[in-house]
Structures are given as C-alpha cells and as structure tokens.
Design a protein. Sequence first.
Length: 340
Amino acid sequence: MNSIGLSGEFDTNNKHIIQQAKFVNCFNDLGLSWVLTNETTRRRLVAGEVQESLLDQILMNNDGLVSGHKMLSPLGKSDHSSFVVHLGVSNSNVVKSEITKKHLWGKISHEDLLEYSVTNVDWKFSSDDLDVEGMLEELDSKFQNICNIVPTDPYYDNNVPLKLPWSSSALKRKQKLKNEAWRQFDCNPSSESYSHAMNSQQLYETENFRLKLNYEKKLAYHVKDNSKAFYSYLRNKRLLKSGVPNLEREDGSLTNNAEEAAEELSKAFSSVFTHEPAGPLPDIFQYSESGNNNSTNGDSVVFELTDITISPDEIASELSKLNIYKSMGPDKVHPKLLNA
C-alpha cells in the first residue's frame, strides 16, 4: 500500500464544515490521522488580544512515515506558523541535490584578471619539444589557475542558487533579527512581542523588496549587453516549465525521453559540420573546378600550404570581440578571461 500525506489548512473549527459529515468521513475512509495535535499554527492580534488556533495540519495514512516535526516562524506577511516535517524514509529512495560551486565571472573585473595573469602566471612552455596536445594541457592548467581567483557561490546541481541573487549582508542581518523576534514571540506570546516581531518582519520585507527592485532594474538596464542573465531570471519565474517534446527519428518513430531527444538533436547538429581528420593541417590541398575538395581527378588544381602568418595584433583583435557574457565552450575557458 502506498503512503499518503496531505498538508494544508483544515479549518475544523468552522461549524459549517463540521456539519458536513462527508468532509470528515473522507479522511477516515482513507485511514488518515492527524500529526499536529497540541501545537498552535496561527497567532494573530484581535482587539488587542492574541488569538491562537490550530488551522494548518498534516494528515498521514502511515504513522511510521513521519518521524518528527518542528514548528518555525511565519513566512512573509502570513500569520500562520510554518513547520518542517521529518519523513522516516530510506535514503536509497531519496534523490539528493548535490551542491556545487559556480564561478561568478561578473564579480571580477578585467583589470584584476589581467594583473593576476601577468604577475602570477608563467606563460612559457616547460619545453620546446612539446607537441600540440602537450601545449594545450599546459595552457589549460594555466587557465584553471586563473579561475581560482574568481569568486564562487554554492548552487544546487539543477543550477538553482542557495541564496537570493540580490542577497546582501544587511538583508541577512535583518532576516536573523526577524527570525529571532518570532522565536521570542513563540516562547512568550504577547502583544508587545507580537508587535516587535511584525516590525522586524516589515523591516526585512522592505529591505528585500528594495534590493530585489534594484536587481531587476540592473538586469533590465543591461539587457542589450547581458541578455542571458535577463532571460535566465525570467525563466526562473515561470510556474510551468516545459521540456523538449518528443522528436521524430529518420525511421518515423518518436523519442520517449529527454536523453533520446538529446541524441537526435546531436545527430542533427553534427550532420551539418564537415568532419575533418585529427592532427596537423595538410601540406597539400587540392581544389577541383567541379567543387570537390581533395579531388584526385585530372581537372584539380594543387595548392601547397607553405606558410601561414598570424600576427599577435590580429589575435588580440579577434579576442576583443568576444562576448564576455556568453558561457564557456568545450575548452572550459571563459570568454571574459580571453577578452582580458
């Protein structure tokens, strides 16, 4: 039998609901029992007096599913207490979100990157006999060394930050004062402690609204330069998020999941690129008047690649055109680092 859990507001003090026997019997028919019994989930000030009631409730059909619960302070402007429920389930059935560190390239300037790259990184190769692969490995290690000075923030594995993007030290202090005020009210409910808690709540919400408004104004102001951050913020505000639909294969069948759809998209993207052999550039290049490269027909014209001249100024000019707000490519080198 599957375990069932319900959480919500159940106004059992309402006489109109109590009179409807079907409403109460439906819980009994499912074998649901109350988890919260002696707690107070709502406190409000009415005519100068604190009014307490039990409105929010957790219903379970398996007594062993809930191993405990903890009452917390209200969220936002609500006068309902929040609570944490500890479920007695096996760890093997729980999908845990891994916490990773994400580099915040927007919080470091070009000047800091350039100064660190010049003063702390030796750009000479360890040997003049290195092949292309060896040079790439040494360059990658040097780039990773520079990445260590970029500030980081903890993120979940689904790219969700652990804190608000507009969070600040002042907002954290007001949040701690708000939580402490509500804990004092829970321990000693009175009109004075309630007023103090509501005042702390208002100060926190005012500061949070101000910082959020400034953050959104900043995103809108830089939408032409950094459209990625703007649309990423909008996507997080969407309540309904749709994934990639089922795609049709060459044989007419449809993909069944996101992994199969990704494979089909990869095949479609790779089909439009020219597959070139790995290794150095060829010394001989043949061009056919019929349009076939590397042709062995008699009408082909042979060109020999003797020398390619690329100046440092040309490389610097191309790197300066990189969009620093784009994501890094397969080389794991951020464009802001190359642009510096």
